[in-house]
Design a protein around this ligand. Structure first.
Ligand code: SF4
Length: 356
């Protein structure tokens, strides 16, 4: 919510309306109208500077019903009309199968569909993998839930996009998410991932679908303010399977730093952009890359297909299939003797040393 502003302060941009907030990014005193305009304009400039879209492109908006993706849909609709981008925008939702969380948030996305007049496609884990997240957690515990979910969602988004014949998915990842990931990678010593974590556009290995983050420089607090001032309809309950503890610690650290120095979020992103690994140890003959954390990427090329599911993968077996195999081992073990060998968790470890 906006910080308190003296009642007689005027907006520092229009100099005629009363300021109602201090902008979280730079503490500028603004009225509601100027804040909305400046927020949208900055997103438009990011889109232009980074050449994110081309005219006539079909773009799927990863829509969860949460604040980030709801604001993304609202802003993209506004900018597409205001600046005549000529984009065909579609909402693409993933149903992970989390009762009491995703079913409620999908109800919000369905309302957004009519509010923003965009087509909606929903792809579920159950359809794609024959597992829901609730079943995965029941089988393997809550500890690695986000690891499973992340791997399965990446592939589900790709598959959903290809079903729509769309090759570009945009997501509501914001500046706080990016800075948090940079911090997390530094705290883990995983320097190999820092550069990639601040890219505005990425491709999963082997995937023909690119992902972009138009909110790369947008502060989370400003996204909340924008949703508040435009009275957007979004879902604010946290997932039942809370994010892992270490990420939560990095988030708290970032929030504390932001209190002292609001620009630190952009500063961390900027640092991530400047950090280039000097040497990547690469075995030229085998094309096997050894990363700084000791993990390796296997010597397969883009365009290969997973031997199990047939989906595009740079490895012989795709990451989703490796996880699902672990889950099947666990389920069988539980059925036979009522105990879990945590086979999936072991495979998660294996996975971390593959091509992430
Ligand atoms: Fe999936 Fe974890 Fe997000 Fe829940 S918090 S939706 S389990 S990634």
């Amino acid at each position: 919510m906006p910080s308190a502003v003296k009642i007689n302060a005027l907006c520092e941009l229009c100099h005629c309306r009363k300021a109602v907030m201090r902008r979280p990014k730079n503490l500028q005193k603004l009225c509601k109208e100027c804040f909305i305009h400046v927020f949208e304009t900055e997103i438009h400039r990011t889109i232009q500077r980074e050449h994110l879209f081309y005219r006539g492109e079909s773009v799927a908006i990863g829509a969860s019903g949460g604040k980030d993706s709801t604001v993304l849909a609202a802003v993209m609709k506004t900018l597409n009309e205001r600046y005549d981008y000529g984009l065909h925008l579609i909402l693409l939702s993933i149903d992970e199968g989390i009762v009491g969380y995703r079913d409620d948030s999908l109800a919000t996305v369905k309302r957004n569909q009519s509010q923003y007049e965009m087509p909606l496609e929903i792809v579920s884990y159950k359809q794609l993998y024959d597992w829901t997240m609730d079943e995965i957690v029941a089988c393997s515990g809550i500890k690695s839930s986000c690891t499973y979910c992340g791997v399965l969602r990446r592939q589900a988004l790709d598959r959903g996009a290809l079903k729509l014949e769309v090759h570009h998915v945009i997501t509501g990842h914001n500046a706080d998410d990016m800075a948090e990931t940079v911090l997390l990678n530094i705290l883990r010593g995983d320097t190999a991932r820092i550069e990639q974590s601040v890219n505005i556009t990425t491709n999963s290995q082997g995937s023909p679908v690119k992902r972009s983050k138009p909110f790369k420089y947008a502060y989370e607090k400003e996204i909340v303010l924008y949703a508040h001032y435009r009275k957007l309809d979004y879902f604010s309950t946290e997932c039942t399977y809370a994010p892992e503890a270490f990420r939560g610690t990095a988030r708290t650290l970032l929030k504390n730093l932001e209190l002292v120095r609001p620009s630190c979020i952009l500063d961390i992103i900027h640092s991530g952009e400047q950090l280039k690994l000097k040497h990547k140890r690469r075995n030229a003959s085998s094309e096997m890359e050894v990363r700084s954390n000791g993990s390796v990427s296997l010597p397969n090329k883009d365009g290969n297909r997973c031997e199990r599911c047939g989906y595009l993968s740079t490895n012989r077996i795709c990451k989703a299939c490796i996880l699902l195999e672990g889950l099947e081992i666990n389920r069988a073990k539980v059925q036979i003797d009522g105990t879990s060998v945590d086979g999936a968790a072991k495979l998660t470890k294996t996975l971390e040393h593959l091509a992430f």
